[in-house]
Design a protein around this ligand. Structure first.
Ligand SMILES: N[C@@H](CCC(=O)N[C@@H](CS)C(=O)NCC(=O)O)C(=O)O
Length: 230
């Protein structure tokens, strides 16, 4: 059983806004990081409806050129997009980074494995979703390339095997402790489950890691929210 760390400094952090869609797998990464840091009460969530394509409208593109969720907005108006960048910012707020590493070597390894989780798993699942499935629907998916999507689906499955191999050698994705890299792999698996891309049965270490990570209060809270949003 893992307990949530106490963050007295974090609880005094100023209010921030997050533009996201509650069930999106990338937003999930930031929501789980927020829960890990005890920062959820400091956030006002602003819904941007992916299924209606609100993230591609000029109003949202002015907040994030990439037209993707989530985006963090600080009290002074500063905008931070990209899950990794947002998590890094949030983790540093209380001066006690628990998700992004304390030493240069931890920081390097966590950053590397987070990037790998994106390239080899989560972004690949995303391309599969947007290109080889109906994705967000014809109003939003203006260009699809099914062949590319299917290649990325296969890449994601290879990625699962890669992380399975990693987790045979250590308890967490970037070493001995739970980190942003674990949240990134979890995001990839959340997305994979949404598109019915199962973890191969032989990936036992990955399955065992997922069962362990699913027990974290931060992850359970996110799953409860998605199961019963209001
Ligand atoms: N690299 C971005 C990816 C964000 C992303 O793709 N978010 C999804 C939400 S689950 C999205 O906005 N998808 C809409 C689209 O690509 O049209 C990050 O790490 O924040």
């Amino acid at each position: 059983m893992t307990t949530q760390p106490q963050h007295s400094a974090a609880s005094q952090a100023p209010m921030m806004k997050i533009f996201d869609w509650y069930s999106g797998p990338y937003p999930a990464r930031v929501r789980i990081a927020l829960a890990e840091k005890g920062l959820l009460p400091r956030i006002e969530f602003v819904s941007v409806n992916l299924w209606k394509g609100e993230h591609k409208q000029p109003e949202f593109l002015a907040l994030n050129y990439s037209g993707t969720l989530p985006v963090l907005q600080l009290e002074d108006g500063t905008l931070i997009a990209e899950c990794t960048a947002i998590t890094q910012y949030l983790d540093g707020l209380d001066g006690t980074p628990t998700l992004t590493g304390r030493t240069p070597v931890e920081q390097g390894l966590i950053h590397m494995m987070t990037k790998r989780a994106e390239i080899e798993l989560m972004d690949a699942v995303s391309v599969y979703f947007h290109h080889a499935t109906p994705g967000l629907g014809p109003e939003v998916e203006l260009y699809q390339n099914a062949e590319w999507g299917l290649r990325m689906r296969d890449k994601a499955v290879r990625g699962m095997h890669y992380f399975d191999g990693i987790l045979k050698t250590r308890p967490y994705v970037a070493g001995d402790g739970f980190s942003m890299a674990d949240i990134a792999v979890l995001g990839g698996l959340i997305f994979a489950a949404l598109v019915d891309l199962a973890i191969p049965a032989e990936c036992e270490a990955l399955q065992a890691w997922l069962a362990r990570v699913n027990e974290r209060p931060s992850v359970q809270a996110w799953r409860a929210l998605v199961a019963s949003p209001h």
